[in-house]
Design a protein around this ligand. Structure first.
Ligand SMILES: NC(=O)c1ccc[n+]([C@@H]2O[C@H](COP(=O)([O-])OP(=O)(O)OC[C@H]3O[C@@H](n4cnc5c(N)ncnc54)[C@H](O)[C@@H]3O)[C@@H](O)[C@H]2O)c1
Length: 267
């Protein structure tokens, strides 16, 4: 197979780990040829860790120059990146799945299986079961997320509702609503609910509950699906990434697993 030229957009926790993995484990199959970040220091920092040094460039040029794009930036730009990559028939792995909701027609295209967009499972289990369940009638899909206080700090929801996260001293249900609203309020925390909604009933019909507590140390996700098939529950107790407590290690591993699938590597 031809060496895949990879472009990474977003040089934070996920982008950096994936770049390092490619360098260490995917030699001869893939190579990071370029990186891009709104924060130039992050792009320089990552480019220095990779040999040969990738170029630092803008989104459009990186998409043009790469065979495969990894988006690990933000919901602000992920929809646009997905659309541009798909238009140029370049494969793109999208982490900030929330941004795809701005392109509803595009979500339908992804679901129909004729786009160049790939979505990793993130820090949850059960998408395989949900996809199977969708063959019949599905009554409800609910994700209950528990995150430590620092994993939710800075989210627009806290600002809008005037909540001082530092003052929360016991287990608290912060949010209950749809995935569509949840991603608006917690754009850096709940992409996984959007991923679930894309595979299932859609963002308006996927229920999300977010709890926090000073006692929590892990990012826990419980999924419950009910339908014609019966009912299933899954639970993941995720260790947060050292580089970004909002992101679980399993989410990073799921991106690497999906990348290997895209490169047609079995393990
Ligand atoms: N799908 C999932 O299950 C899942 C799980 C975890 C994280 N995520 C999402 O993946 C993305 C990356 O996560 P992370 O932990 O690496 O975050 P991070 O904050 O560690 O890194 C993000 C990087 O992207 C850069 N960036 C932000 N906006 C940008 C833009 N417009 N153009 C270029 N670069 C930009 C930032 O400067 C930062 O360096 C986030 O959107 C996060 O919410 C998704």
């Amino acid at each position: 197979m031809k060496l895949k030229k990879i472009g990474i957009i977003g040089c934070g926790a996920i982008g950096t780990q994936i770049a390092k993995y490619i360098q260490k484990h995917l030699k001869g199959r893939a190579k990071v040829i370029g990186v891009c970040d709104i924060d130039i220091k992050k792009a320089i920092e990552l480019s220095k860790k990779i040999k040969p040094k990738p170029i630092i460039t803008g989104i459009d040029n990186l998409i043009k120059k790469s065979d495969l794009i990894i988006e690990a930036a933000s919901t602000e730009v992920s929809g646009e990146i997905a659309e541009k990559a798909d238009f140029l028939k370049k494969d793109a792995l999208i982490m900030s799945t929330g941004g795809l909701l701005k392109k509803q027609r595009f979500v339908e295209k992804i679901n129909a299986g004729y786009s160049h967009i790939y979505i990793p499972s993130g820090a949850i289990c059960g998408l395989d079961g949900l996809k199977s369940a969708m063959t019949g009638a599905v009554k409800s899909v609910t994700i209950t997320t528990r995150k430590p206080l620092k994993g939710l700090a800075g989210s627009p929801y806290l600002k809008e509702k005037n909540i001082d996260i530092e003052k929360i001293d016991k287990e608290t249900l912060l949010y209950s609503g749809t995935a569509r609203d949840a991603i608006r309020y917690f754009p850096q925390n709940i992409n996984v609910a959007v991923t679930l909604s894309i595979c299932g009933l859609g963002a308006g019909r996927t229920n999300v509950k977010i709890f926090t507590s000073p006692e929590y140390t892990k990012n826990t996700h419980e999924i419950e699906v009910e339908g014609e098939f019966g009912r299933f529950w899954t639970k993941t107790e995720n260790v947060p990434s050292e580089a970004n407590p909002k992101t679980s290690k399993l989410a990073i591993f799921s991106a690497i697993a999906k990348l290997k699938e895209m490169l047609q590597l079995k393990n």
